[in-house]
Design a protein around this ligand. Structure first.
Ligand SMILES: Nc1nc2c(ncn2[C@@H]2O[C@H](COP(=O)(O)OP(=O)(O)OP(=O)(O)O)[C@@H](O)[C@H]2O)c(=O)[nH]1
Ligand SMILES: [Zn+2]
Length: 217
């Protein structure tokens, strides 16, 4: 399975956007408990957590995880709350392509790394281009599936900007498939999700894919 092309069913619901945010009833373990868990893992692997080289490792691992999974503590709507209306009569596609991202699959907690391409058809207002990349990072820095990451990006842009349509394509390599398990180095998974005009009009969908692939629609 070298290339998997998946077109998800339409209309990811707005509630899905919050799906990977920890429910408020969940008691968050302390940092000391998280570091102790890393010590247990080191011991389970067969090494000595008290040897010099590993003494500081639990602290480092928890700090790294706080950074890699910082998306749980950020609100995607905040990123998109600033929009601009001085766009003249522009109403055609805005497409940001080749946005690098890295995330972690929720099944193995191993990285999947790739590129995102995001387009939308604005209605009167546009969002700062960098905010699209920031939005991707907020959702990517959580435990994810590539499918849900795709749908969350689309749903958030659709909900906040209310454009004529949103299109997203993610292409990524999953290290749980390359470094372990089935060990298929170089296989890429492609997911797409469309709303509005991109979902309903095959010509617009084709134009998005052409712009992503060739830079011309
Ligand atoms: N659909 C989907 N699957 C994913 C994603 N990330 C990882 N997976 C898959 O999640 C599946 C988990 O399958 P399991 O059989 O429960 O776990 P496993 O025994 O470790 O499976 P293998 O990876 O085949 O060794 C694997 O097939 C992974 O390839 C993702 O983003 N989307
Ligand atoms: Zn995995």
């Amino acid at each position: 399975m070298d290339h998997v092309i998946k077109t998800l069913t339409p209309a990811a619901r707005p509630s899905e956007a919050a799906e990977t945010t920890a429910p408020s009833t969940l008691v968050r373990p302390s940092r000391a408990e998280a570091e102790a868990a890393v010590r247990v893992l080191i011991g389970y692997l067969g090494d000595d957590p008290d040897r010099e080289g590993l003494l500081d490792t639990p602290r480092r691992v928890v700090s790294a995880y706080e950074e890699l999974f910082g998306g749980y503590h950020e609100n995607p709507a905040d990123v998109l709350d600033r929009t601009f209306s001085e766009i003249g009569t522009y109403d055609d596609i805005v497409l940001v392509r080749d946005i690098p991202f890295n995330s972690h699959c929720e099944h193995h907690m191993m990285p999947f790394v790739g590129k995102a391409h995001v387009g939308y058809l604005p209605v009167e207002r546009v969002v700062g281009l960098s905010k699209i990349a920031r939005l991707i990072d907020i959702f990517a820095r959580r435990l994810q599936t590539q499918e849900r990451l795709s749908s969350q990006i689309v749903t958030e842009i659709d909900t906040v900007l209310k454009p004529r349509g949103v299109a997203v394509m993610l292409e990524a390599e999953h290290s749980c498939m390359s470094m372990r398990g089935v060990q298929k180095v170089g296989s890429r998974t492609i997911t797409t999700q469309f709303t509005g005009v991109f979902r309903d009009d095959p010509k617009e969908q084709f134009r998005f894919v052409s712009l992503v692939r060739n830079g011309i629609g």
